[in-house]
Ligand binder design. Structure first.
Ligand SMILES: Nc1ccn([C@@H]2O[C@H](COP(=O)(O)O)[C@@H](O)[C@H]2O)c(=O)n1
Ligand code: CDI
Length: 159
């Protein structure tokens, strides 16, 4: 088999703060998120998708929330670590597709910058990275503005 599919999902609750990190992009906001790292829900979902594609466990197994090394960590560092794991096993990213779920902030104005940041970290063209967003029509925890969720899928191709 020379392709592998992966899926990831992550959630972070809003907390005090003046910005959120999403898809490697800093977005000014009236809340931050509660997290051990920088709380980049989109990159965490993508890390899990890449790890999942090779059945390598999940993000918490590789970057334990109890490990002070990851306190405040830039999630792009985690993503590059996952990329190195994938490459070291003879795989490369074919494409990835992300969906961020929140009422606010608006993701659309930042989607291209997110695609470029992710593509840069994964060594692919931005055309291989989809970034989309949706509200949840005011339903559920995202709809009530309690947090942000993100979904990611990816395809790995034998290098
Ligand atoms: N946080 C968000 C949520 C949505 N968008 C954009 O708005 C479009 C419509 O959202 P609905 O939830 O009403 O379907 C969506 O397709 C996105 O383009 C956004 O940028 N940021
Ligand atoms: C990223 C890690 C790093 O310790 O912590 P958090 O920022 O809390 O994020 P989460 O999505 O809960 O994933 C677990 C951890 O790997």
């Amino acid at each position: 088999m020379n392709i592998r599919i992966g899926h990831g999902y992550d959630v972070h609750a809003f907390g005090d703060g003046d910005h959120v990190m999403i898809g490697g992009v800093r977005i000014a906001h009236d809340h931050g998120v509660l997290a051990h790292s920088d709380g980049d829900v989109a990159l965490h979902a993508l890390c899990d998708a890449m790890l999942g594609a090779l059945a390598l466990g999940d993000i918490g197994a590789h970057f334990p929330p109890a490990d002070p090394q990851w306190k405040g960590a830039d999630s792009r560092v985690l993503l590059r670590h996952c990329q190195a794991l994938v490459a070291g096993r003879g795989w490369r990213l074919g494409n990835a597709d992300l969906t961020v779920v929140c009422e606010r902030p608006r993701i659309g104005p930042h989607a291209q910058a997110m695609r470029e940041a992710i593509a840069s970290d994964l060594g692919v063209d931005a055309g291989a990275i989809g970034v989309k967003a949706t509200t949840s029509e005011r339903l559920g925890f995202t709809g009530r503005g309690e947090g942000i969720a993100a979904h990611a899928v990816c395809l790995l191709v034998a290098a």
